[in-house]
Design a binder for this molecule. Sequence first.
Ligand code: BT5
Length: 198
Amino acid sequence: MRRKSVTSTQDLARALPIGSIVIADHQTAGRGRLDRRWESPPGTALLVSFVLPPNPILSLAAGVAAAEACGVGIVRLKWPNDLMLGGGKVGGVLVEATPTKAICGIGINLTWAPKGAARLNQDRDQLLEKLRIELERWTSATADEVLARWRALSDTLGRRVRVELSGTAIEGIAEDIGPQGELIVDGRPVTFGSVIHL
Ligand code: BT5
Protein backbone atom coordinates (compact mmCIF):
# COMPACT_ATOMS: atom_id res chain seq x y z
CA MET A 1 0.00 0.00 0.00
CA ARG A 2 1.13 3.54 -0.81
CA ARG A 3 0.35 6.55 1.37
CA LYS A 4 1.18 10.25 1.18
CA SER A 5 1.66 10.73 4.90
CA VAL A 6 1.77 8.29 7.80
CA THR A 7 3.06 8.34 11.38
CA SER A 8 5.49 5.52 10.54
CA THR A 9 5.25 2.89 7.81
CA GLN A 10 6.00 0.41 10.61
CA ASP A 11 2.71 1.28 12.36
CA LEU A 12 0.58 0.51 9.27
CA ALA A 13 2.57 -2.62 8.41
CA ARG A 14 2.02 -4.13 11.84
CA ALA A 15 -1.70 -4.70 11.12
CA LEU A 16 -1.14 -6.29 7.69
CA PRO A 17 -0.48 -9.92 6.69
CA ILE A 18 2.89 -11.39 5.71
CA GLY A 19 3.79 -10.35 2.17
CA SER A 20 2.44 -6.79 2.55
CA ILE A 21 4.53 -3.73 1.70
CA VAL A 22 3.86 -0.20 2.96
CA ILE A 23 5.50 2.78 1.29
CA ALA A 24 5.00 6.45 2.16
CA ASP A 25 6.10 9.86 0.86
CA HIS A 26 6.33 11.23 4.36
CA GLN A 27 6.43 10.07 7.97
CA THR A 28 5.41 12.37 10.80
CA ALA A 29 6.94 10.03 13.38
CA GLY A 30 9.54 7.98 11.52
CA ARG A 31 11.66 6.05 13.95
CA GLY A 32 15.00 4.36 14.37
CA ARG A 33 16.03 1.97 17.10
CA LEU A 34 15.60 2.80 20.78
CA ASP A 35 12.95 5.44 20.06
CA ARG A 36 15.31 7.55 17.99
CA ARG A 37 13.83 9.68 15.22
CA TRP A 38 14.19 9.00 11.52
CA GLU A 39 13.99 12.33 9.67
CA SER A 40 13.12 13.07 6.04
CA PRO A 41 11.17 15.88 4.37
CA PRO A 42 8.21 14.78 2.14
CA GLY A 43 9.17 13.02 -1.08
CA THR A 44 12.93 12.91 -0.46
CA ALA A 45 13.49 9.31 0.60
CA LEU A 46 12.53 5.68 0.15
CA LEU A 47 10.50 4.86 3.26
CA VAL A 48 9.20 1.31 3.23
CA SER A 49 8.15 -1.51 5.54
CA PHE A 50 7.94 -5.17 4.52
CA VAL A 51 5.85 -7.67 6.50
CA LEU A 52 7.84 -10.90 6.58
CA PRO A 53 7.93 -14.22 8.43
CA PRO A 54 10.00 -14.18 11.65
CA ASN A 55 13.72 -14.63 10.92
CA PRO A 56 16.49 -14.38 13.53
CA ILE A 57 18.97 -12.70 11.19
CA LEU A 58 16.51 -10.53 9.28
CA SER A 59 18.27 -7.33 10.25
CA LEU A 60 21.52 -8.53 8.61
CA ALA A 61 19.71 -10.04 5.61
CA ALA A 62 17.85 -6.77 5.04
CA GLY A 63 21.10 -4.80 5.30
CA VAL A 64 22.70 -7.05 2.68
CA ALA A 65 19.63 -6.75 0.44
CA ALA A 66 19.58 -2.97 0.74
CA ALA A 67 23.30 -2.66 -0.02
CA GLU A 68 22.90 -4.91 -3.08
CA ALA A 69 19.89 -2.90 -4.26
CA CYS A 70 21.69 0.42 -3.89
CA GLY A 71 24.63 -0.85 -5.90
CA VAL A 72 27.53 -3.11 -5.03
CA GLY A 73 30.67 -1.14 -4.39
CA ILE A 74 28.60 1.93 -3.51
CA VAL A 75 26.92 1.21 -0.18
CA ARG A 76 28.61 -0.59 2.71
CA LEU A 77 27.26 -1.93 6.00
CA LYS A 78 27.99 -0.62 9.46
CA TRP A 79 27.01 -2.89 12.33
CA PRO A 80 24.28 -3.37 13.34
CA ASN A 81 21.98 -1.78 10.77
CA ASP A 82 23.43 1.27 9.01
CA LEU A 83 23.86 1.73 5.27
CA MET A 84 26.94 3.84 4.61
CA LEU A 85 27.88 5.84 1.52
CA GLY A 86 31.21 7.65 1.34
CA GLY A 87 31.55 7.74 5.12
CA GLY A 88 28.04 9.11 5.78
CA LYS A 89 24.90 7.27 6.78
CA VAL A 90 22.58 6.97 3.76
CA GLY A 91 20.00 4.67 5.28
CA GLY A 92 19.02 2.34 8.07
CA VAL A 93 17.16 -0.85 8.81
CA LEU A 94 14.71 -1.29 11.68
CA VAL A 95 13.30 -4.75 12.41
CA GLU A 96 10.39 -5.00 14.84
CA ALA A 97 9.21 -8.53 15.59
CA THR A 98 5.87 -9.82 16.82
CA PRO A 99 5.42 -13.51 17.74
CA THR A 100 4.05 -14.26 14.26
CA LYS A 101 5.77 -11.82 11.92
CA ALA A 102 8.63 -9.39 11.47
CA ILE A 103 8.19 -5.81 10.30
CA CYS A 104 11.27 -4.81 8.35
CA GLY A 105 11.55 -1.05 7.87
CA ILE A 106 14.10 0.43 5.50
CA GLY A 107 14.76 4.13 5.02
CA ILE A 108 17.15 5.39 2.34
CA ASN A 109 17.92 9.08 1.70
CA LEU A 110 17.52 9.98 -1.98
CA THR A 111 17.46 13.75 -2.51
CA TRP A 112 17.98 15.05 1.03
CA ALA A 113 20.13 14.07 3.99
CA PRO A 114 20.71 15.53 7.43
CA LYS A 115 24.01 17.29 8.07
CA GLY A 116 26.91 14.83 7.96
CA ALA A 117 24.78 12.09 6.36
CA ALA A 118 24.63 10.95 2.71
CA ARG A 119 22.04 10.64 -0.05
CA LEU A 120 21.85 8.24 -2.96
CA ASN A 121 20.17 10.24 -5.75
CA GLN A 122 18.41 7.28 -7.35
CA ASP A 123 14.85 6.92 -8.62
CA ARG A 124 12.63 5.79 -5.75
CA ASP A 125 10.43 3.28 -7.58
CA GLN A 126 13.34 1.65 -9.38
CA LEU A 127 15.19 1.32 -6.09
CA LEU A 128 12.10 -0.18 -4.44
CA GLU A 129 11.82 -2.78 -7.21
CA LYS A 130 15.48 -3.78 -6.80
CA LEU A 131 15.02 -3.89 -3.04
CA ARG A 132 12.02 -6.25 -3.31
CA ILE A 133 14.02 -8.63 -5.45
CA GLU A 134 17.10 -8.55 -3.21
CA LEU A 135 15.03 -8.93 -0.04
CA GLU A 136 13.29 -11.97 -1.49
CA ARG A 137 16.68 -13.43 -2.38
CA TRP A 138 18.43 -12.74 0.94
CA THR A 139 15.53 -13.74 3.20
CA SER A 140 15.50 -17.13 1.40
CA ALA A 141 19.28 -17.58 1.66
CA THR A 142 20.88 -19.67 4.41
CA ALA A 143 22.25 -17.94 7.50
CA ASP A 144 25.80 -18.82 6.38
CA GLU A 145 25.25 -17.16 3.01
CA VAL A 146 23.85 -14.02 4.64
CA LEU A 147 26.71 -13.82 7.14
CA ALA A 148 29.32 -14.33 4.41
CA ARG A 149 27.83 -11.60 2.25
CA TRP A 150 27.43 -9.27 5.23
CA ARG A 151 31.15 -9.73 6.04
CA ALA A 152 32.09 -8.93 2.44
CA LEU A 153 29.99 -5.74 2.43
CA SER A 154 31.01 -4.67 5.92
CA ASP A 155 32.56 -1.34 6.69
CA THR A 156 32.96 -2.28 10.37
CA LEU A 157 35.01 -5.50 10.46
CA GLY A 158 38.74 -5.07 10.94
CA ARG A 159 38.35 -1.59 12.38
CA ARG A 160 38.97 -0.29 15.85
CA VAL A 161 35.56 0.55 17.29
CA ARG A 162 33.91 1.94 20.36
CA VAL A 163 30.61 0.26 21.25
CA GLU A 164 28.32 2.24 23.51
CA LEU A 165 25.98 0.10 25.57
CA SER A 166 23.53 1.40 28.15
CA GLY A 167 25.82 3.23 30.57
CA THR A 168 29.11 1.62 29.51
CA ALA A 169 31.35 1.39 26.48
CA ILE A 170 33.98 -0.99 25.19
CA GLU A 171 36.75 -0.38 22.69
CA GLY A 172 38.61 -2.89 20.57
CA ILE A 173 38.95 -4.40 17.14
CA ALA A 174 35.70 -5.49 15.46
CA GLU A 175 36.89 -8.97 14.53
CA ASP A 176 33.84 -10.72 13.12
CA ILE A 177 30.11 -11.26 13.41
CA GLY A 178 28.84 -14.39 15.15
CA PRO A 179 26.11 -16.81 14.06
CA GLN A 180 23.30 -14.65 15.46
CA GLY A 181 24.72 -11.47 13.99
CA GLU A 182 26.48 -10.35 17.18
CA LEU A 183 29.62 -8.24 16.77
CA ILE A 184 32.80 -9.80 18.16
CA VAL A 185 35.01 -7.10 19.67
CA ASP A 186 38.38 -8.40 20.92
CA GLY A 187 36.83 -11.83 21.38
CA ARG A 188 33.75 -10.54 23.23
CA PRO A 189 30.29 -10.85 21.65
CA VAL A 190 28.22 -7.66 21.61
CA THR A 191 24.52 -8.09 20.86
CA PHE A 192 23.33 -4.50 20.81
CA GLY A 193 24.65 -0.98 21.11
CA SER A 194 25.87 1.86 18.91
CA VAL A 195 29.20 1.57 17.14
CA ILE A 196 31.62 4.39 16.52
CA HIS A 197 34.39 3.69 14.03
CA LEU A 198 37.60 5.06 15.60
C1 BT5 B 1 18.02 3.33 11.96
O1 BT5 B 1 17.92 3.57 13.31
O2 BT5 B 1 18.97 3.61 11.28
C2 BT5 B 1 16.78 2.70 11.35
C3 BT5 B 1 16.02 3.67 10.47
C4 BT5 B 1 14.82 3.03 9.85
C5 BT5 B 1 13.94 4.01 9.14
C6 BT5 B 1 12.83 3.34 8.40
S1 BT5 B 1 11.96 4.42 7.34
C7 BT5 B 1 10.73 3.26 7.07
C8 BT5 B 1 10.47 2.60 8.42
N1 BT5 B 1 9.51 3.37 9.19
C9 BT5 B 1 10.05 3.89 10.30
O3 BT5 B 1 9.43 4.59 11.15
N2 BT5 B 1 11.35 3.52 10.39
C10 BT5 B 1 11.75 2.68 9.27
P1 BT5 B 1 19.12 4.04 14.23
O4 BT5 B 1 20.32 3.17 13.99
O5 BT5 B 1 18.55 4.09 15.59
O6 BT5 B 1 19.49 5.47 13.72
C11 BT5 B 1 18.73 6.62 14.06
C12 BT5 B 1 19.68 7.81 14.05
O7 BT5 B 1 20.08 8.11 12.70
C13 BT5 B 1 19.04 9.08 14.58
O8 BT5 B 1 19.19 9.19 15.94
C14 BT5 B 1 19.81 10.18 13.84
O9 BT5 B 1 21.04 10.44 14.49
C15 BT5 B 1 20.17 9.51 12.52
N3 BT5 B 1 19.24 9.90 11.44
C16 BT5 B 1 17.94 10.29 11.52
N4 BT5 B 1 17.42 10.49 10.30
C17 BT5 B 1 18.42 10.23 9.42
C18 BT5 B 1 18.51 10.27 7.99
N5 BT5 B 1 17.48 10.60 7.20
N6 BT5 B 1 19.72 9.95 7.43
C19 BT5 B 1 20.78 9.61 8.18
N7 BT5 B 1 20.76 9.55 9.53
C20 BT5 B 1 19.59 9.86 10.14
